[in-house]
Unconditional design. Sequence first.
Length: 139
Amino acid sequence: MKSYRKELWFNVPARRAYINITPGVEECLRESGVHEGLILVNAMHITASVFINDDESGLHQDYDKWLEKLAPHEPISAYQHNRTGEDNADAHMKRQVMGREVVVAVTNGRLDFGPWEQIFYGEFDGLRRKRVLVKIIGE
């Protein structure tokens, strides 16, 4: 069995963003040489997310509006966490809703997706460097 590990780094210039990382994950799969197995992709920061969905800008705008209603950034004073000097309690909650990781089957050297599925990095507390782990195991 082969094992492969790589970190993908991001420095999002805004507080929130949704980035299609499918091409980067596919490049990792090619580098790994795995043709049958599993790929794990996870955000290594507690204010970011990795999820699978459609690459449609209206949907991403809907996520942003929906998440902001669930956990608004302001007022910052509304969150106990922010009393530690942070201002990102909302980002922790948004990450909890959107998820930490995805696992995708690898079949014949390709990501075994359903129609329209793509992998996204969701940033909820940007303006600094963060990473995503890609771990691949298989034959």
